[in-house]
Design a protein around this ligand. Structure first.
Ligand SMILES: *Cc1c(COP(=O)(O)O)cnc(C)c1O
Length: 471
């Protein structure tokens, strides 16, 4: 491609993205596409000769766009958000243009040093303990895997590779913990039978005394407890495991404490939410995702550790071809995780933090928490609707309940969710809490205004009425 064509399409694509982000409401949040429909529109093999960009752009608009789920849509209330933002998109453009591979300091000094700096900014923004150091991982799943591998190495005196796991090592997480914990336990070689699911209280938070009982029971059997994963903001209901007592138990038993705050961690930038990290002095590692609730394009997961030397001992390698003269003076982030090659992710984070400022980010998060409180109020006032969990962040768990039996309620609420989503105006997903089918209203898209939240609520109420009338 010549420079003239590159410029022409570059400008057009920026225009396209600007219009897209402004005009998302004209799309259904989830495309009405049947499985295989997109594949059928694409050729079986690659073109032998290069094709003009004009044709590529046409096919993007006609084939790909109709099959896109619009995560940035103001009616996005599903899962958790994965926000982008204009400054983040612009940084991604520069990152792509530079095309640097940032595995070690020498392969891009600015990338390595900027990553160090923005991670320190994040540490201060969230009020994490002084001395914790961070790096960017792709996802929370990977960050937690890195934590579990480091915990495994520490528990075995960094000898597990030499001796194998002679005695079982155990991991503890609440029964509400994210599925990635179980996946990571399997990958890290603990074996899923060595993951203990600790019971939760009426707010779906881990019960510390149950954790300690489980640890003691394992110790008495000669099993070695290696890691506790506490969650700040569970995926089903944003429950908060109490770090202070959990941390004390970990300290007492010499167990690694990893904290998964993938979604809710961002809220700690608000002074009024700082308390969610009370007990953070006990943390050995901590993860939250700026790519969820901090306006930074996927992927960007912020991983912090108390003791970088344990992390580096777990992951470092010294092949001759990667040795440089400055290794003793710099951070080589290839030794901070699984992958060797690394994207320049720090740039978008830097752009986002500087462009919004900490105050701007606080306003963004606070506005969404306020909208959730408003929605919560509507649920409380409406006859035949009920809240299913405390509303601490921007997620509201609710359901329709007119007093019929639980099985029928589950069916009714499932039908309600499907009908609401069928409109294409909004997209909500569900969970089960103590076996009860629950709708999750996860507010958090950058483009969501209060009117969208109100429309979603009216849609839920009217749809429930419609379903009742149908019988
Ligand atoms: C979203 C989420 C994860 C998984 O995050 P990825 O970055 O997609 O791996 C893990 N834990 C919690 C609590 C989450 O909300």
């Amino acid at each position: 491609m010549d420079k003239k064509t590159f410029r022409e399409f570059g400008y057009r694509f920026v225009d396209w993205v600007a219009e897209y982000l402004e005009g998302l409401e004209k799309y259904p949040v989830v495309p009405q596409v049947e499985p295989g429909e997109i594949k059928d529109k694409l050729p079986d093999g690659p073109p032998e000769k290069g094709e003009p960009m004009e044709m590529l752009f046409k096919d993007f608009n006609e084939i790909i766009l109709p099959g896109i789920t619009h995560w940035q849509h103001p009616g996005w209330f599903a899962y958790f958000p994965a926000n982008n933002s204009p400054p983040s998109v612009l940084a991604e453009l520069l990152t792509a243009g530079i095309g640097a591979q940032c595995m070690i300091w020498q392969t891009s000094p600015a990338a390595a040093e900027l990553e160090e700096v923005v991670m320190e900014w994040l540490r201060k923004m969230l009020g994490l303990p002084e001395g914790m150091q961070g790096c960017i991982q792709d996802t929370a799943s990977t960050s937690t895997l890195v934590a579990l591998l480091t915990a495994r190495e520490r528990a075995t005196g960094f000898e597990s590779n030499k001796n194998g796991l002679k005695i079982p090592l155990t991991v503890y997480a609440s029964e509400e913990a994210h599925s990635s914990i179980e996946k990571d336990v399997k990958i890290a070689g603990y074996g899923r039978e060595n993951l203990r699911h600790i019971p939760t209280d009426e707010n779906f938070a881990m019960i510390p005394s149950a954790l300690e009982e489980a640890i003691e029971k394992d110790k008495n059997k000669g099993i070695l407890p290696a890691c506790v994963v506490a969650t700040i903001g569970t995926t089903s209901s944003t429950a908060i495991d109490p770090l202070e007592p959990i941390g004390q138990i970990c300290a007492r038993h010499g167990v690694w404490l990893h904290v998964d705050a993938a979604f809710a961690g961002t809220a700690a930038i608000l002074p009024e939410k700082r308390y969610i990290l009370n007990g953070s002095q006990y943390m050995d590692s901590f993860v939250f995702n700026p790519h969820k609730w901090m306006l930074t394009n996927f992927d960007c997961s912020a991983y912090f550790v108390k003791d970088p030397s344990a992390l580096i001992r777990t992951f470092e390698i010294h092949p001759e071809y990667l040795k440089t003269g400055v290794d003793a003076k710099v951070k080589n982030f290839r030794d901070w995780g699984i992958q060797l090659g690394r994207r320049f992710r720090a740039l978008k984070l830097w752009f986002v933090i500087r462009s919004y400022g900490v105050e701007g980010l606080r306003e963004f998060v606070r506005r969404q928490i306020n909208m959730a409180q408003t929605f919560k109020g509507w649920v409380e006032q409406e006859e035949n609707f009920e809240l299913m969990a405390p509303v601490t962040f921007s997620l509201v768990c609710f359901r329709y309940n007119d007093g019929r039996d639980e099985e029928e309620l589950n069916q009714f609420n499932e039908a309600l969710l499907n009908e609401v989503n069928r409109t294409g105006q909004v997209f909500l997903t569900h969970t089960t809490l103590r076996g009860k089918y629950t709708l999750r209203m996860a507010i958090g898209s950058r483009t969501t205004q209060e009117r969208h939240v109100k429309e979603a609520w009216e849609l839920a109420v009217n749809t429930a009425r419609g379903l009742m009338e149908q019988g």
